[in-house]
Write a protein that binds this ligand. Structure first.
Ligand SMILES: C[S@@+](CC[C@H](N)C(=O)[O-])C[C@H]1O[C@@H](n2cnc3c(N)ncnc32)[C@H](O)[C@@H]1O
Length: 391
């Protein structure tokens, strides 16, 4: 990932603007961290740079929680930060700032808030999870212009490669999101999806809880699929096939189709690799049988008046708090200025936690850089966090 190693840097007065980047404030390690965070705004994006002391140097890079894509935005922020902070640079890896074609394609990259607020529902939706090189997704999008495609990935280089191809091939029916697919389906309206492709998911033999296909995922897929819609799993792993088939069969009612070594309309990068090695390829298709009820995705994560944030700050407790079906973990605390703090917190469900910051000042608290998404576990954790801030 892009980073700069410096011998020294100087904090500068904020807020300040440089080449489209607005540097808003510094937050310095106060409890459980020696890092400094720099809040940055670029167009509609807000994120942090992290300054990490390492031996006699500092490593400056993008913050993981507020991570920003495409990478050229981060590279620009690092470059302009160092210009303002008079960095004494030892080393950097920012050789290219702006990839060709990315500007045009950027409009196809959407964040989760976009999908929660404006989920595209005018056309039938097809979703590909973990599109990798994007070969299958691009093929489907070009050949089905009346369908709205959504590609979900967590691997940034794959996302950037797909965005470039969308621009080069002039495709207009494909939106991309950098998000964990295990969470995404919770935010898809019911009964609007025609197909969900999960092709060659990582088998995670040693960490099965990280698998994309799970009981909850199948439930959510069935809810989002319209009657007759299909969830298609394609895998070279016999163990994953067996695991998934068992889960599909746990459903009270289900219509499944199993095939082996059937050639697809287009072969993905992984498929090519496994076929070259002579492996068998298995498909399971699960068809949705009925309409599902609609879901409500809106919850107001605003805090009411905070009575005792000082108590919270002075007794900052990093011990994870575990409840029946959610947890809260206050991890690090930063000081921005007198009476203004920033807490790093993770919370929500155990297998798909939310990582965010809390901006705290006299009488008020708010999530930063944005509110959590309205999963049931997040709503419960929010109510508990509010209690902690009002002890
Ligand atoms: C083995 S590759 C297969 C790529 C592509 N489907 C193909 O057939 O060539 C699995 C892909 O799934 C992505 N992935 C893994 N877990 C994911 C998750 N929870 N959400 C979204 N994408 C995920 C990985 O980044 C990787 O690109």
């Amino acid at each position: 990932m892009p980073h700069i190693v410096v011998k020294s840097y100087k904090e500068f007065a904020t807020p300040v603007k440089s080449d489209g980047y607005e540097f808003l404030w510094f937050a310095r390690g106060y409890a459980n961290t020696k890092d400094t965070l720099v809040a940055v705004r670029f167009e509609e994006h807000q994120f942090f740079l992290t300054i990490k002391p390492k031996d006699v140097h500092y490593i400056i890079k993008g913050d993981k929680i507020t991570r920003i894509a495409p990478t050229y935005i981060l590279k620009g922020a690092l470059k302009y930060f160092c210009k303002l902070a008079n960095c004494d640079v030892v080393h950097d890896n920012l050789s290219s700032i702006k990839p060709v074609h990315i500007d045009k394609a950027k409009s196809f990259l959407k964040d989760i808030d976009y999908f929660i607020e404006h989920f595209p529902t005018k056309k039938e939706v097809w979703i590909e999870i973990g599109f990798g090189s994007g070969r299958h997704l691009l093929y489907q999008a070009k050949n089905n212009p009346d369908i709205q495609f959504i590609g979900i990935e967590i691997h940034k280089p794959s996302i950037e490669q797909l965005l470039k191809q969308i621009a080069l091939q002039d495709i207009h029916n494909l939106l991309v999101i950098d998000y964990d697919a295990r969470l995404f389906l919770e935010f898809v309206p019911s009964n609007i999806v025609g197909k969900i492709f999960v092709h060659f998911p990582i088998p995670w033999d040693k960490k099965p809880h990280r698998r994309v296909i799970s009981k909850k995922f199948i439930q959510e897929a069935e809810r989002t699929l319209k009657p007759g819609g299909v969830l298609e799993l394609r895998t070279d792993s016999r163990a994953y096939f067996d695991y998934a088939l068992e889960l599909f069969l746990e459903r009270e009612k289900s219509k499944l189709e199993v095939t082996k070594n059937i050639e697809p309309p287009v072969s993905s990068k992984y498929e090519d690799r496994w076929v070259r090695l002579g492996k068998d390829i298995y498909d399971i298709r699960m068809y949705a049988l009925q309409e599902s009820p609609q879901i409500d995705l809106h919850f107001d994560f605003t805090f009411s008046k905070i009575s005792s944030y000082k108590h919270f700050v002075e007794n900052f407790d990093t011990k994870p708090k575990v409840y029946n079906d959610y947890f809260i973990h206050f991890e690090k605390l930063y000081k921005i200025e007198e009476n203004r703090f920033l807490a790093e917190v993770s919370f929500g469900s155990f297998d798909r936690p939310t990582h965010l910051y809390l901006l705290l000042s006299e009488g008020s608290a708010q999530y930063y850089p944005k509110k959590p998404i309205a999963s049931q576990a997040n709503i419960k954790a929010h109510k508990k966090i509010e209690e902690f801030l009002n002890v």
